[in-house]
Write a protein that binds this ligand. Structure first.
Ligand code: FAD
Length: 320
């Protein structure tokens, strides 16, 4: 059947004229999924992406229903390919650098890094996060292969192997106990931090998890970027197949702050309600920037929810 390019209806007079109905910022799993649903609603959408997804260091995306083990860029390529069927979705390889809301009209004004200014009735922020790795020799080189952040994504690939868990605060104990479901040979490396409580030390010992508190000097990898050993500053070393770490994170983009969206104090995540709307009416957020678990499938689901919420709110405004 030929694809309809007709608009479903005319803009009612009381609805403000804007370049787009929805601008989606970020075309990772969350943004692409939002664009797909809005394209199917025949909404006028601009989808902007100015970089690479968070997991581009990784060889594979795991745990994504029907796509388990797919390369990160292949997942996105399929997403873009399928989006091409929806003519009301325009895609740009641009960063959105500025965003503001006109308090009188409720219209959003965005500026792209090309200098182009656009207006829209709704925004979906799907801009993701950046991981800030500790400055240890070898950490960046092995990130995504020998240095891993998530056992749900990569635990199965290293199960029953000797692994280590890195952490310099009390959450390291819980993280190590979680990892011990995948391997019985777990070591904790606190890189010079010695603040673990007696209770936490006992729990680790009870589960045969060995504690290494001395500072790390270097991670030695194999040619395929898997971890080989952890060298410590005191001259000792530990053979390990992988190191798990929960790195610090920061937002990829300052747009949520610029728009005045409420951020959660502890995690810095963008607060959203059950419709995935932020504290600013008309601004939705999806994917890793929200408090939900950081998984590609969950990001895609949040993107879909944001799209549905946007479309329903736009419809309410149109059908008074
Ligand atoms: C090493 C590694 C491995 C992982 N492995 C898995 C796995 O196996 N399975 C799994 O489910 N999850 C995995 N994850 C988590 C997964 O990558 C994220 O949950 C997922 O990418 C989140 O999707 P997102 O759309 O929110 O963000 P992203 O995929 O990070 O996409 C955000 C996009 O927004 C763009 N952007 C940012 N700011 C702007 C701006 N101002 N203007 C325009 N564009 C902008 C960025 O360029 C980026 O393309 C892994 C993560 C890492 C770090």
């Amino acid at each position: 059947m030929p694809i309809s390019t007709r608009r479903p209806f005319r803009r009612p007079r009381h609805v403000p004229a804007t370049d787009y109905e929805v601008v989606i910022v970020g075309a990772g799993a969350a943004g692409l999924s939002a664009a797909l649903l809005l394209g199917r609603c025949r909404r006028r959408v601009l989808l902007c992406d100015g970089g690479r997804p968070r997991n581009h260091f990784s060889p594979a995306v795991h745990g994504f229903l029907s796509r388990d083990g797919i390369k990160p860029h292949e997942l996105l390529r399929i997403g873009h390919e399928q989006l091409a069927s929806y003519p009301t979705v325009e895609r740009r390889e641009n960063c959105v650098s500025q965003a503001s809301k006109d308090p009188e009209t409720g219209i959003f004004h965005l500026t792209l890094d090309s200098g182009r200014a656009v207006t829209t009735r709704k925004i979906i922020l799907a801009t993701g996060v950046t991981d800030i790795l500790p400055p240890i020799d070898g950490m960046h080189e092995l990130w995504g292969r020998g240095v891993l952040h998530c056992p749900y994504c990569h635990g199965f690939e290293v199960c029953d192997q000797p692994v280590a868990v890195y952490g310099t605060n009390k959450s390291v104990a819980g993280f190590a106990l979680l990892i011990s479901r995948w391997s019985k040979d777990v070591a904790v490396c606190t890189d010079g931090w010695t603040g673990l409580s007696e209770h936490a030390r006992h729990r680790l010992k009870r589960h045969h998890i060995i504690l290494h508190e001395q500072p790390i000097s270097q991670l030695i990898g194999r040619r395929n970027r898997q971890l080989h050993r952890i060298n410590f500053q005191d001259g000792t070393s530990l053979a390990r197949h992988a190191l798990f770490i929960h790195p610090e994170q920061q937002h990829r983009s300052p747009l949520a702050e610029q728009l005045g969206c409420r951020l959660l104090q502890r995690s810095g995540a963008v607060w959203v309600d059950k419709r995935i709307q932020t504290s600013v009416s008309g601004v939705y957020a999806a994917g890793d920037i929200t408090p939900a678990a950081q998984q590609a499938l969950i990001a895609a689901a949040e993107g879909a929810q944001a799209a549905i919420s946007c479309n329903e709110q736009l419809t309410r405004e149109e059908c008074t």
